[in-house]
Design a protein around this ligand. Sequence first.
Ligand code: IPE
Ligand code: IPE
Ligand code: MG
Length: 236
Amino acid sequence: MGENTDLPPLTHLAIIMDGNGRWAKQRGLSRGEGHKAGTETAKEIVKECRRQGISYLTLYAFSRENWSRPKNEVNFLFDLLTQFLQQEESSLLEQSIKLNVLGDWQKLPFSVRQVVKYVCNRTAGGDQMTLNLALNYSGREEIVKACREIVSQGVSPEDLDESVFRSYLTTGEQPDPDLILRTSGEYRLSNYLVFQAAYAEFYFTQKYWPDFDASELQKALEDFANRQRRYGGIGE
Ligand code: IPE
Ligand code: IPE
Ligand code: MG
């Protein structure tokens, strides 16, 4: 018996939104224009996932490693994120979508933290979908932080099992991602959901994120629907 077999087929979709820069370059635009276009895609995909009945959507918006980008790009990304949250607040409320943040977001600039907190509080009652934004996220750091917390709380070794451990991760009690989707033709995890990805299915597309849309999502969902998840068994 697989651990997820009593869940509907696709409960949690996690996306690595990649390729904004290359999309822009291809058009002779600035990287910022690429990120702007990527934000529009994110809005569309949030709506579409909600419409498709997906319960958890996790979007990788800023990795811990993304701090290594030029300062002006990092600032631009935070400005865009702030605008995204301000613009989407009413739409999230209307769609009963709860915003949740994964990662070490306390280290983000004050203005970003303010809007993140505000929209999380405002949408806390959303019961149709949880939208996780991974911000200043590092899967390895999340694991180390969980260990630190467990040790500092004096949890005894015999009380620590996988389910206790996962409750210390920023995904808490959420189910693991069923499908991890990455755009732009890169085939790597980039420190995303390292613990949670253990049994995820993967879907990669060459499309750059700004070119990804509802019909591309549909292709991914159909592909996923034909996967046979075995969890170490021998299947049907
Ligand atoms: C993804 O697009 C957005 C973030 C990482 C914030 P990129 O900016 O990584 O785009 P490429 O990979 O340079 O094309
Ligand atoms: C991963 O994309 C992070 C986000 C999508 C936010 P990157 O473009 O930063 O990943 P690498 O550096 O190519 O692995
Ligand atoms: Mg990239």
